[in-house]
Design a protein around this ligand. Sequence first.
Ligand code: SAM
Length: 227
Amino acid sequence: MRIDVVTLFPELFDAPLRTSLLGRAVAAGVVDVRVHDLRLYGLGRHRVVDDAPYGGGAGMVLRPEPVFAAVEALDAPEAHVVLLSPRGRRLVQRRCEALAAMAHLVLVCGRYEGVDERVALGLADEELSIGDYVLAGGEVAALVVIEAVTRLLPGVVGNPGSVRTESHAGGLLEHPHYTRPAEFRGMRVPDVLLSGDHEAIARWRAEQARRTTERRRPDLLQGDAGP
Ligand code: SAM
């Protein structure tokens, strides 16, 4: 899979793309992430990328020309272009699965007051939000998309079973996990997990997943988690 990122701050991607699971996936070539500096597509001698909003108001807005130019320079009309935006559709696991099935993603990171609306209208295939809060820029949101999508690609997570059973994969939150010691500060690991009875353990885990979801995220049981 290939992922291109368009950003004013390419350096924000350095450590995350070199570290742990994501770093290994990049090194192994499972995912080819290319980060592009939007400033290189800025206008004029000063490589201007932003301007004041028409109609007045606070902050600066990213102009459309540099963003269009940066994406069009990739010469990849088949790529799926995502604009990161708090106004976008909320990212959920099901959407990550759909994105992971795509061959080529382009992630456009906004900054300042946001991005000229013509990028959403004429360039992006979709706008995605990673949650109902506002970040300073789209870079952290892009990294969220990259990590959530990459760990779904074949061979990235060592045990594929863990991806299939974890929270949100089947519409429920995951059951609790315990490891050694069997007792810690008066808190004991549930007996069933020490029993060696795999059927009983599977039943307990399924029940715990259902109960935890009912208690913490009843919206998931009503299918309200979004597309
Ligand atoms: N004025 C905008 C608004 O109220 O919707 C917020 C702009 S924000 C400060 C700057 C950039 O950060 C956005 O263009 C977007 O790319 C990114 N961003 C901020 N919050 C985000 C979120 N929850 N999900 C995805 N991207 C986000």
